[in-house]
Design a protein around this ligand. Structure first.
Ligand SMILES: Nc1nc2c(c(=O)[nH]1)N[C@H]1C(S)=C(S)[C@@H](COP(=O)(O)OP(=O)(O)OC[C@H]3O[C@@H](n4cnc5c(=O)[nH]c(N)nc54)[C@H](O)[C@@H]3O)O[C@H]1N2
Ligand SMILES: Nc1nc2c(c(=O)[nH]1)N[C@H]1C(S)=C(S)[C@@H](COP(=O)(O)OP(=O)(O)OC[C@H]3O[C@@H](n4cnc5c(=O)[nH]c(N)nc54)[C@H](O)[C@@H]3O)O[C@H]1N2
Ligand code: SF4
Ligand SMILES: [Mo]
Length: 879
């Protein structure tokens, strides 16, 4: 308590699917203090680095505050009328399928429900798809094939109770950090073992007992081997098999499997199988390494096959567990936001399901078949078949595969509407109409996390400018398109009640999703709704503890689950002489997707301030790529320039790059420009982790590093921006030599008149410039012929100060350079930690915490501290 006296409000973190509860206290000046909610069942008070830094991201800088039509600010009336008229005209002329919505797993359930109702029930097309297609579609398909519905059987408590947690294609330490902390707490308390199945050695491997660096895409081969091993060990649960169809065919297919495709040592496979089979309480967690694959649905079913065969599902401490990425990935699935789903887990292919929803909505038109999935949808936009497109809460010009083509398609679409909180995104820049949405801390509604717990998001800040909640914008367009009664919503609570009532109808049709007990929730009760795990009804299908399937009760006709016969298929693109490297992509600890929010936080931007490519030392040597060189990465679809990080955390022939950088932050690092739009045939989910690429050293004539107290306006062949506490920093590089460094720097900083101080060594290609006003350092640029060696984190703190010695690029005197920030909460650098390990003989993560506080708040950096300790113990192994 800081004595401000303003009450705290309970809400939910807007980032990952862990769905942590937060306590928010506005400071009355637009700022927000954030702490973990000790009573929320997802996090019990814990937050990760991103959640802890939420207060740094709520400022209004960069916010879109008024509707814009063709780039010009306008009022809501004109903007909404324009959207309604253009959509109506397109539908009248070309039919409902010429319209499409592309939405997001970050929408609140109420927003999402209205979007789905408008498209499927009233426009009469199923052309609504979501970025969850890039995220959870393979899991949805896998669950439906095995269980008959998209049901997550287990709960977070299973992670506390498990004796073995297997992370398959999940870098939980960075992407679901608070769940990872729960697993580590269980490990400490009761020795839970951890296995990581990932081609890459990730931060999640630091605490693992076993890391299986399988070949990309070979998960089906591994889990087929596990399935046969379960039988060979006599661990089949014959009793549970009463609830399961397809055992023999699945086993026969698995028997064909040698496991060779995994590239793993036979001993490691055997060890893994023995651990899994020998540990009754096992949770197999899976995420994007499984889903984002051309065999993603099969990978999911290969995992489910094993849990079904061994009867390890639905009881405490065991089961397959899909951890969801976005905060409301689950809510989106519940409302039927995917093009091949109907509301409340009903099936669009079933006439009785369609009729039930149509009657409930009193809808004029219902689509008879699934709509276009994301990749097909943007192809239809490119082909001109979709003529009116509304993109809400997602940034497809960056995050879709073949992103340059998607950007081009959106740019050429007859009519594009984008709802966002900022105009500065690659997608928003292409909009004909740009609509200002209220952001997380300004809006009310619900989200559902990975373990089916529905939590409230509550508005604590006023809506800035003209911003409106997404549900309201959608409903107002629906009304203006002529459906005034159907979209006559007064509040999110009203929408929630309608959704809950529909779920009761779905449950009667044999679906799992049932929150019908909440159908009459009053406004006050909705406002006060505590975290609530579904199902919530008098006759719900779930058993005690909120788990599904311990006693069978699956949702296929006949109540049985299905095991599937599966065969390993390699990734769609093959490496070869032209494209010899396999490109894996994913996330870093402190950034959220396209960085429109986390990128505003200096603390979060300090962890990894630049886009990078991880490549193996032997590959780097073969290619003549040195430490901190830039690498040009090319694929059939596009190219990128990234900073080399030479590391044996990736195998030979494989490279890894983060997905976060955009045209706004590093235009040559839009990684999805390289990724082909290949999809899983069942789920339609793109293969985001297995493109094939060629690499070469980027032949930069010069490299630069810049800091400033304000924005930067780079023009060079390569640049990457990051926020600092004082302004911005940038990495720069160019192919052509520059003569006029002063002119170039003045343009970069837009400081035409500031006083300049410059040192130059033309022979060595060095230039260093500092700009001052009234003795105060405004900006500095450091140029060299090779990657610039200066103390970046120190320099980033100088703009605005009276520092005189900036041009040395070094900290004055003998003060040590703290190095890149590892602990974002207490801003502790790598060098500081390594120094303390060496000088104080520290040997554990806890002792580093005791000495420096690093790792003692959110804990997200603890696995990296462990890696530094390991490196200090065996320095020769680190390089
Ligand atoms: N910090 C942070 N956290 C986030 C997000 C974020 O942007 N930033 N986004 C959220 C969202 S929406 C999502 S979907 C989740 C994603 O969470 P994760 O799925 O954990 O994250 P990724 O880094 O995309 O991928 C996970 C791992 O899959 C591995 N992988 C690649 N190919 C294969 C393969 O063939 N087999 C196996 N077994 N593994 C493979 C990669 O090496 C990578 O380490 O994170 C959520 N949390
Ligand atoms: N290569 C590769 N590509 C990937 C992935 C990968 O692992 N590798 N992962 C995929 C996955 S799993 C995902 S989930 C996607 C994520 O990709 P995107 O969904 O495209 O990324 P975000 O940055 O989360 O986009 C959210 C947008 O919504 C805006 N916004 C924020 N709050 C609000 C609000 O309240 N209302 C509205 N209307 N807008 C708001 C933000 O400013 C931002 O522009 O990327 C996918 N793409
Ligand atoms: S783990 Fe971190 S990002 Fe995910 S919900 Fe919790 S605080 Fe937010
Ligand atoms: Mo995701």
């Amino acid at each position: 308590m800081d004595g401000a006296g303003l009450p705290e409000t309970r809400s939910t973190c807007p980032y990952c699917g862990v769905g942590c509860g937060v306590l928010l206290r506005p400071d009355g000046r637009g700022g927000l203090a954030v702490r973990g909610d000790p009573d929320h069942p997802a996090n019990f008070g814990r937050l990760c680095s991103k959640g802890s830094a939420l207060g740094e991201t709520v400022g209004l800088e960069g916010r879109l505050l008024a509707p814009r039509v063709d780039g010009l600010e306008t009022d809501w009336d004109s903007a909404l009328q324009q959207v309604a008229d253009r959509f109506s005209a397109v539908i009248a002329e070309h039919g409902p399928d010429a319209a499409a919505f592309y939405v997001s797993g970050q929408l609140l359930t109420e927003d999402y429900y209205v979007a789905n109702k408008l498209m499927k029930g009233f426009i009469g097309s199923a052309n609504i798809d979501t970025n969850s297609r890039l995220c959870m579609a393979s899991t949805v398909a896998g669950h439906r094939r095995a269980f008959g519905t998209d049901t997550v059987p287990g709960t977070y408590e299973d992670l506390d109770d498990a004796d073995l947690v297997v992370l398959v294609g999940s870098n939980m330490a960075w992407c679901h950090p608070v769940l990872y902390q729960r697993v580590l707490a269980a490990r400490k308390a009761r020795g839970t073992r951890i296995v990581v199945v990932d081609p890459r050695r990730t931060a999640s491997c630091e605490a693992a007992d076993l890391h299986l660096p399988l070949m990309p895409g070979s998960d089906v081969a591994l889990f087929n081997r596990l399935l046969t091993a379960i039988q060979d060990a006599g661990a089949i649960d014959a009793d549970f098999l009463r609830h399961v169809d397809g055992f023999d065919a699945a086993m026969a297919a698995a028997r064909d499997e040698s496991g060779a495709a995994t590239g793993l040592l036979e001993a490691d496979i055997t060890h893994f199988c023995a651990l899994w089979i020998g540990t009754a309480k096992v949770v197999t967690v899976f995420s994007q390494g499984v889903n984002q694959s051309s065999s993603g649905s099969d990978k999911v079913n290969a995992i489910l096959n094993c849990h079904l065969a061994a009867g390890r599902i639905g009881t405490p401490g065991c089961g397959p567990f899909s951890v969801t990425g976005q905060p409301n990935a689950m809510g989106g699935r519940e409302v039927g936001g995917l093009a091949n789903m109907l509301a409340c887990h009903l099936d669009i292919e079933r006439a009785d399901h369609r009729a039930a929803v149509q009657a409930f909505w009193a809808a004029p038109a219902m689509p008879q078949a699934p709509g276009l999935k994301a990749v097909e949808m943007f192809r239809a936009v490119a082909a001109g078949r979709i003529k009116a497109l509304w993109i809400i809460h997602t940034n497809p010009a960056v995050s879709m595969p073949d992103a340059d083509a998607v950007r081009g398609a959106i740019a050429r679409c007859d009519f594009t509407v984008v709802s966002d909180i900022t105009a500065a995104t690659d997608t928003a820049r292409l909009a004909d109409v740009l609509l200002p949405a209220t952001a997380w801390a300004e809006k009310d509604g619900t989200v559902t996390n990975s373990d089916r717990t529905i939590s409230r998001q509550r508005a604590v800040l006023p809506a800035p400018g003209q911003a409106r909640p997404d549900w309201q914008i959608l409903a107002q367009v629906g009304q203006r398109m002529g459906w005034s009664d159907a979209f006559d919503y007064e509040s999110p609570a009203e929408i929630f009640r309608e959704h809950a009532a529909l779920s009761g109808i779905a449950a009667k049709l044999g679906r799992d999703f049932d929150i019908s007990a909440l159908r009459d929730l009053g406004d006050v009760a909705y406002d006060a709704l505590p975290p609530t795990r579904w199902p919530v009804s008098d006759n719900a299908a779930a058993a005690k503890g909120g788990r599904f399937f311990a006693q069978g009760g699956f949702f296929h006709d006949g109540g049985k689950a299905r095991m599937l016969p599966l065969h390993h298929r390699p990734p769609a693109a093959r490496t070869g002489p032209r494209y010899p490297f396999r490109l894996n992509t994913g996330r870093v600890r402190d950034q959220w997707h396209t960085m429109t929010r986390t990128g505003l936080s200096p603390r979060l931007s300090a962890h990894l301030a630049e886009p990078f490519l991880d490549l193996h030392p032997a590959d780097a040597a073969d290619l003549g790529i040195g430490r901190a060189d830039l690498v040009r990465v090319t694929s059939r679809d596009g190219q990128a320039i990234l900073r080399a990080r030479i590391t044996d955390s990736v195998a030979r022939g494989q490279v890894f790059a983060p997905m976060h950088w955009t045209g706004e932050t590093a235009p040559s690092a839009r990684i999805d420009a390289l990724v082909a739009a290949v999809t899983d045939p069942v789920s339609g989910q793109p293969e985001s982790k297995a493109a094939v690429v060629a690499l070469s050293r980027f032949p930069a004539a010069w490299y630069g590093f810049a800091v400033s107290d304000g924005a930067l306006y780079p023009q060079s062949d390569y640049w990457a921006l990051a926020r600092t506490a004082r302004g911005c920093r940038a990495e720069l590089a160019g192919l052509d030599p520059v003569d006029d460094w002063e002119g170039t720097a003045r343009a970069l900083f837009r400081l035409p008149d500031a006083e300049v101080q410059m040192v130059r060594d033309e022979a060595r290609g060095i230039a260093r410039l500092a700009f001052r006003n009234d003795g105060r350092l405004r900006a500095a640029l450091f140029v060299a012929a090779s990657p610039v060696a200066v103390m970046r984190d120190y320099l980033a703190g100088l703009p605005g100060s009276a520092a005189q010695n900036a041009l040395s690029g070094l900290r004055p005197g003998d003060q040590p350079d703290p190095g890149p920030v590892l602990c974002a909460c207490f801003s502790v650098g790598v060098n500081t930690i390594l120094g303390a390990i060496a000088s104080d003989g520290l040997s554990s993560v806890d002792s580093v915490g005791a000495a420096l506080r690093a790792g003692t708040n959110c804990g997200s950096c603890r696995s990296e501290i462990a890696a530094l300790l390991a490196m200090a113990r065996a320095p020769e192994a680190a390089q």
